[in-house]
Design a protein around this ligand. Structure first.
Ligand SMILES: [Zn+2]
Length: 118
């Protein structure tokens, strides 16, 4: 019980950046032929962030699924529909932007935003 818990002392943003590095290693931009969900422009919910997503994203990366009828894809698309984001499932293409596997994202604890040095 004397083990320090440094993770709890870090700023949340720092933890998220660490997580992002872990889960981005699972594929990078090699998701051609996977599926993503295009939406109406949607500003990043993080305070002070000017990023506007045109796809369903996590930490500014386009979430991709291997199967078009993946239950999680459909569930997230349904949720986006309910909040008026007009979701359309489409085949992912690398020129859309950086991608991340939904399951890698989920395994990393679902980080939603990371501070980038922009
Ligand atoms: Zn953001």
């Amino acid at each position: 019980m004397q083990t320090p818990e440094p993770g709890r002392l870090l700023l949340e943003e720092e933890v998220l950046v660490e997580d992002e590095k872990l889960w981005q290693e699972d594929g990078g931009s090699d998701h051609a032929g996977w599926f993503c969900v295009r939406t109406d422009p949607f500003p990043c919910p993080a305070a002070g962030c000017s990023f506007v997503a045109e796809f369903m994203t996590a930490a500014h990366l386009i979430l991709v699924w291997q199967e078009q009828d993946d239950p999680n894809l459909l569930r997230h698309a349904q949720r986006a529909k309910e909040v008026g984001r007009n979701p359309r499932v489409c085949a992912y293409e690398p020129e859309f932007g950086p991608s991340a596997s939904y399951y890698a994202w989920e395994a990393a604890g679902r980080p939603v935003h990371a501070i980038r040095g922009e």
